[in-house]
Design a protein. Structure first.
Length: 493
């Protein structure tokens, strides 16, 4: 037991030692804060000294100006008088009050009535800049508001930019003198005229299309045209049996002639060539009797001598302007619509050239075409392909309520007509009567302020709606243009 030793260790730190460590930590923290405050004080003092030196080195002008000759010093305080003026005058000093406009690339239209600046427009330039996604145009205005002069100046001024103009149907003949004036051609159609158009012409053939594919395209286009004409003349949709009669007639005629004409097709429908058997031929003759007699009116009735033979004129795409004058045939609205369909089909075949350049296609009195479902479908197809062929379609109305004649409310035809407006991002509205404001505002999406402007617009003044942007413009004409475009000469004497 005497050799054993006891060993002990401290398991708990005494309280006196903890207090000492805490004191040391507090002193170290206080030392750090003191050093931080000292640095901040030194930085602040250096900054204040620098500012003081800058103030001492800066020269301040006296309130009344420097003393001495030619210092413009005044004995009293200079005060500017208050000035009040209109925004039209102040816009020169405060340009942010005015719309920036569409730029300077394009055709001069006139003056922006809000800013006083020049108003310039070109659908292809705006499309290239991404300002619009559809080059089509809708123009509406009552008689005498100046919309006709706007259309003519728009396409004639575009000729210097390399554009071309095609008018597939001019019911009033007012574009004929303009076409002759600019070096273009006006084709006058009607009873007693020597010129004929064959709407069943093959049309333009793009490079690289095989003979088989080309034959399929031509046959389909001819079948669609004859069907549209038949529906218009019958004023009802075709039956499946009547479609078969058209297919049989076209196939037979095209087998015998490379370029068929309407009289051959009508004759084949009324008296089918024997081939499949006497009973079948007799049944086809009976099924196509109403169809054939309806189409016969185009070649032996009211329109005889217009579309009943080979074309006597050739479409020349190098001309700056081509217009089809239908003014000799405006005595019957239904026949005028058929006439515009045939003429537009003849011109359409020559326009289907993607390398043909940028072209205006003007549809004057557009409501005549839109009243017929078959013709409306053809227009819709053309509008959807406008960008592919570089074409800017332009519809001209008197008033937007003309669309109420297109089918019943909520019908497919009414929806199709409204889609034409939706695919036109340039909408130009000239003066409208008070009873037309609601229809116009609803169709074109006008605000209350824009709607209130329409009844008070003067001649040549129009509201331009271009993809959400609005411009109030005054169309301006050169005296030579005014003389060429004036449609009031007969009224003025």
């Amino acid at each position: 037991m005497s050799d054993e030793r006891l060993h002990a260790s401290v398991l708990v730190t005494p309280d006196a030692e903890r207090r000492r460590l805490r004191k040391e930590r507090r002193q170290a923290a206080e030392q750090l804060r003191y050093q931080a405050r000292a640095r901040e004080h030194a930085e602040k003092k250096a900054r204040l000294d620098a500012e003081r030196q800058e103030r001492l080195s800066t020269v301040y002008l006296p309130r009344a100006g420097e003393a001495g000759a030619e210092m413009l010093r005044t004995p009293g305080r200079f005060r500017l008088p208050k000035h009040q003026d209109t925004s039209a005058v102040v816009s020169g000093q405060y340009p942010f009050l005015a719309e920036a406009g569409l730029g300077s690339d394009g055709c001069y239209i006139g003056q922006d009535l809000y800013s006083g600046a020049s108003f310039v427009y070109d659908p292809w330039t705006l499309y290239a800049r991404g300002a619009i996604t559809a080059p089509n145009i809708v123009i509406a205005g009552i008689v005498g508001s100046g919309k006709s002069a706007l259309v003519k100046s728009l396409y004639t001024r575009s000729l210097s930019f390399g554009r071309r103009v095609y008018i597939p149907g001019d019911p009033k003949g007012e574009h004929t003198p303009v076409a002759e004036l600019v070096g273009g051609k006006a084709i006058i159609l009607g009873r007693g005229q020597s010129q004929r158009l064959n709407p069943l012409d093959e049309g333009y053939r793009a490079a690289g299309i095989s003979d088989h594919d080309w034959a399929v395209q031509v046959t389909g286009r001819r079948r669609e045209l004859v069907g549209s004409l038949a529906e218009t003349m019958l004023d009802r949709p075709l039956t499946p049996l009547e479609h078969t009669c058209i297919d049989h007639a076209l196939t037979t005629v095209m087998r015998a002639s490379k370029t068929p004409i309407l009289p051959q097709v009508v004759s084949e429908i009324l008296d089918p060539s024997p081939g499949t058997g006497s009973s079948t031929d007799a049944r086809m003759r009976e099924d196509g009797r109403q169809l054939g007699h309806a189409l016969r009116r185009l070649v032996s009735g009211d329109l005889q001598g217009v579309f009943d033979g080979p074309s006597t004129v050739k479409f020349d795409p190098s001309l700056p302007m081509i217009s089809l004058d239908l003014s000799r045939m405006v005595d019957n609205a239904a026949l005028t619509s058929v006439l515009m369909t045939c003429s537009s089909a003849w011109m359409e075949g020559a326009l289907l050239d993607p390398a043909g350049g940028q072209r205006y296609l003007i549809y004057d009195e557009a409501w005549r075409l839109m009243a017929y479902p078959s013709l409306l479908r053809r227009m819709d197809q053309q509008w959807r392909l406008a960008r592919h062929y570089g074409i800017a379609n332009c519809l001209v109305f008197h008033k937007l309520s003309d669309l109420d004649n297109v089918g019943d409310a909520g019908s497919a035809n009414r929806a199709l007509a409204n889609s034409l407006l939706a695919n036109a991002e340039t909408r130009i509205i000239y003066r409208q009567e008070t009873d037309q404001l609601g229809t116009t505002a609803q169709a074109l999406g006008l605000t209350g302020t824009e709607q209130s402007l329409l009844p008070g617009l003067g001649i040549g003044q129009g509201l331009w709606k271009i993809k959400g942007r609005s411009f109030l413009t005054q169309h301006m004409l050169h005296p030579a243009e005014l003389e060429a475009f004036d449609t009031r000469s007969k009224m003025l004497g």
